[in-house]
Write a protein that binds this ligand. Structure first.
Ligand code: PLP
Length: 416
């Protein structure tokens, strides 16, 4: 049996497939310390809230209504209405319901959008997606229909006190050319927790407009929801920006609901793609989100429950890391948002791929850094010196994982 070129490309063993397998295996291994995946935390207050909300929606027939009907290809109208009103009121954006389309998770939105703007054109030219700052989200790496769809620029590194550092866009080496079809940046960034500054974002926005290409901002962790962002950052939207949001990091990854906010032309294109690929996006997530907006809970819970929860977890985790690993052994990217810490083992005698294998043997799962540089053309040793860890597990698991990490780092240094 042989597959098509599409089949060959999408059935090969991608980084994300290996990660998902490891996570699945880890979940079945008793005692495993899972610091690798991107699952959001189980926040008791949010879980209680969803429990009650779903019960009330069930009682009022709203859940059955969502389950028993197809929505249109742009997604549930009531959410398109309530969300556009919310964004207009809260952020002053000139958004109408026609500026929003829903997808089955934002991951599928990236697949649509990357292939809408990048790849071969009918005139034979080829466009690519530019990530202005790598490291970037691993989930982008294999989402192109054509080969070599991505190109990225390595960052400038600012060293900070207390063994921290921060990446910045290297505008001097950022190349936007004839072949750039889309600029894409996650803000906050998975894997690093970086939040590109307002100034950097405005500069990218200006460059995108100047070159007449869209700027995609992946706001899966950002404001106004789920609000997992600890630095001052202004959200930005204009008709040249495609803003992708998600319900996942609110604590609802299972509903698979992504949200695209863009110019009407883009939304119409996405709506047509939705029709072909999925008929309509799922209805349950949008029904829940609409209910949360109607009750005034979406932004309130993001600000009062979700953000403080993650902020506390991240500072506790950094304290644990520093008890076990000095800044000479391990630098930490300034945690500005998202649910990960990005660790830089500058002088480690082994690659972080080897470190990952050693940790996995001892039941600790983290993700080696080299997966997070999609489209980086030149070799860069830094890509093999970093590791991503999810900081949301309970504190005893974090302590256990970091203890083993520190032992393996020391062992590697001893072996030289
Ligand atoms: N964007 C970023 C930066 C992510 O980290 C993730 C998931 O971890 C996603 C998007 C995908 O989210 P969704 O569950 O909406 O597909």
């Amino acid at each position: 049996m042989s597959f098509s070129a599409f089949g060959d490309k999408f059935t090969r063993h991608s980084g994300i497939a290996r990660l998902m397998e490891d996570m699945g295996e880890g979940l079945r291994t008793p005692g495993a310390v899972m610091l690798g995946g991107g699952n959001p935390a189980q926040i008791p207050e949010m879980n209680d809230y969803f429990h009650q909300l779903l019960q009330q929606m069930l009682d009022e027939g709203k859940l059955a209504e969502a389950l028993c009907n197809y929505d249109g290809p742009r997604g549930k109208t009531s959410l398109l209405d309530s969300l556009s009103a919310l964004l207009r009121e809260q952020l002053g954006w000139e958004i109408a319901p026609e500026n929003i389309a829903l997808t089955n998770g934002s991951q599928s939105a990236f697949f649509y959008l990357f292939n809408l703007y990048a790849g071969y054109r009918t005139d034979g030219s080829k466009k690519r997606v530019l990530f202005p700052l790598a490291p970037e989200y691993l989930g982008y790496a294999d989402a192109g229909l054509d080969e070599d769809l991505f190109v990225s620029t390595r960052p400038n590194i600012e060293m900070l006190p207390e063994g921290q550092f921060k990446y910045h866009v290297d505008f001097e080496h950022l190349h936007i050319g004839e072949d750039t079809g889309l600029i894409c940046v996650s803000r906050p960034t998975n894997p690093t927790g970086n939040v590109i500054t307002d100034e950097e974002l405005l500069k990218l926005d200006a460059l995108a407009q100047q070159h007449d290409i869209p700027l995609l901002i992946d706001n899966a962790y950002g404001v106004p929801f789920p609000g997992i962002i600890f630095s001052e950052a202004r959200p930005l939207w204009n008709p040249n920006i495609i803003l992708c949001m998600s319900l996942s990091k609110l604590g609802l990854p299972g509903v698979r609901c992504g949200i695209i906010i863009a110019d009407e032309k883009v939304i119409t294109a996405v709506s047509n793609m939705n029709g072909i690929i999925s008929l309509a996006p799922g209805s349950v997530g949008p029904a829940i989100a609409n209910e949360m907006i109607q009750r005034g809970d979406l932004l309130r819970l993001s600000e009062e429950v979700i953000k403080p929860f993650y902020q506390q977890r991240v500072s506790e985790t950094i304290a644990v890391i520093r008890r076990h690993l000095s800044p000479e052994r391990c630098l930490i990217h300034k945690p500005e948002g998202a649910i990960f810490l990005w660790l830089w083992f500058k002088d480690l005698p082994i690659t972080t791929e080897v470190l990952y294998q050693r940790l996995k043997k001892r039941g600790v799962l983290m993700v080696p850094g080299h997966f997070f540089f999609p489209g980086l053309e030149q070799a860069w040793p830094h890509t093999h010196q970093c590791m991503r860890m999810n900081y949301v597990p309970e504190s005893d698991k974090i302590e256990q994982g970091i203890t083993i990490l520190a032992e393996e780092v020391e062992r590697a240094h001893r072996e030289g």
